[in-house]
Design a protein around this ligand. Structure first.
Ligand code: DNO
Length: 347
């Protein structure tokens, strides 16, 4: 496994210099953030990003994300032009040495939480998803603030998007995803890149919008659409694992054995009775997922891909981007490295 860490660019208070000091850190996971979704990333910007990462002594091999334009997900006529731009980004990133691109196919919203700073009993602050809070949220007021979401939509645009999705049920979304994959995967193969789809978070429809990257049956279906190592998964333990129907160590074992995991996101979640969940510290005992069993499955299958500790809580008074502070993610990285060393030495 290659240990990696997400970095949001020059404005990120968690600097590359700090990330480098986390033991065994290999690569940076980042993106160009100031180009609108669907446009081609200028080569100078890619080169500058690569230089910043490499000057800090880290590898520039993973991009998260190259976002997919809504017209592609909706299957609108304009998708041709957006898919062409997407392919061009893959080619450019391949030339810059990138090996893995993470993306998702969630309509309108990326990952969804109902509160970003829930205080836990130990005083730390975590991202949570409470079913009762969700019932009171109305995405169409234009006032929602979600962590992974492009908040630049205006109220009217959002209404139009929701209307457009009335025509797109799960089957239609599958069709649009297949169309996209059949166009981009051959380009990725040629560029030496593994595309790694991020699961839907949470892995079921919300706000009436369809979601398909959710469970084993659907992951199998996804991988069969284009049966190539370049068509791979970002296996995010917390996204798939916040639904009780997913057995994460079993999924990791299965897809790692098939060599269809390009990228691992490792984090823990504490599942509550009513389907709500809280993001917890990485350690197995703090949440509902068996992180040891997950790492064991990766080790058993000789996982060689990229892995990053995912979201951390805010601890020790740190202020910053929800889920993406330094301290708790660094603790997660050390825990994961420790498990990996133990597994390697027990062989
Ligand atoms: C959350 C992330 C997601 C992910 C995208 C990939 O922290 O894992 O926002 O980057 O879904 O496109």
């Amino acid at each position: 496994m290659k240990l990696s860490f997400r970095w949001y660019g020059a404005d990120d208070p968690v600097t590359l210099e700090k990330i480098r000091q986390i033991p065994t850190m290999h690569s940076i996971v980042t993106a160009i953030y100031d180009v609108p979704v669907g446009e081609v990333w200028p080569e100078e910007k890619i080169a500058a990003l690569k230089k910043a990462v490499e000057d800090a002594g880290l590898h520039f091999e993973v991009i998260e994300s190259v976002p997919v334009h809504e017209d592609i997900k909706l299957g609108r006529p304009a998708r041709g032009r957006y898919i062409e731009a997407y392919c061009e980004n893959i080619r450019r990133l391949g030339r810059a040495g990138v090996k893995c691109i993470c993306y998702n196919f969630m309509p309108v919203f990326d990952w969804t939480r109902t509160q970003l700073d829930r205080q836990l009993p130990d005083g730390s602050k975590a991202l949570v998803y409470y079913v009762e809070q969700l019932k009171k949220m109305d995405p169409l007021t234009g006032e929602l603030s979600l962590p992974g979401w492009d908040s630049s939509y205006k109220k009217e645009d959002l209404q139009k998007l929701f209307d457009a999705y009335k025509e797109v049920d799960e089957e239609k979304l599958w069709e649009n995803l297949s169309y996209f994959l059949k166009a981009v995967i051959p380009v990725a193969e040629e560029a030496g890149i593994r595309m790694a789809i991020h699961p839907d978070d949470p892995p079921y429809p919300i706000f009436g919008l369809p979601r398909v990257i959710t469970c084993e049956e659907n992951l199998d279906r996804f991988l069969k659409i284009v049966d190539s190592p370049a068509n791979s998964l970002t296996l995010c333990t917390g996204s798939l694992g916040c639904a009780k129907f997913n057995n994460i160590p079993a999924l990791v074992d299965k897809y790692a054995a098939m060599d269809r995991i390009g990228f691992m996101h490792v984090r823990n979640v504490l599942l509550l009775e009513d389907g709500s969940f809280e993001e917890s510290a990485h350690y197995s005992g703090c949440g509902s997922l068996d992180i040891f069993a997950i790492m064991q499955a990766l080790h058993r299958r000789h996982f060689k891909g990229y892995l990053r500790p995912d979201h951390g809580r805010m601890i020790w008074g740190e202020q910053g981007r929800p889920g993406y502070g330094l301290y708790d993610r660094a603790l997660g990285a050390s825990y994961i490295t420790g498990l990996w060393e133990a597994l390697s030495r027990m062989e």
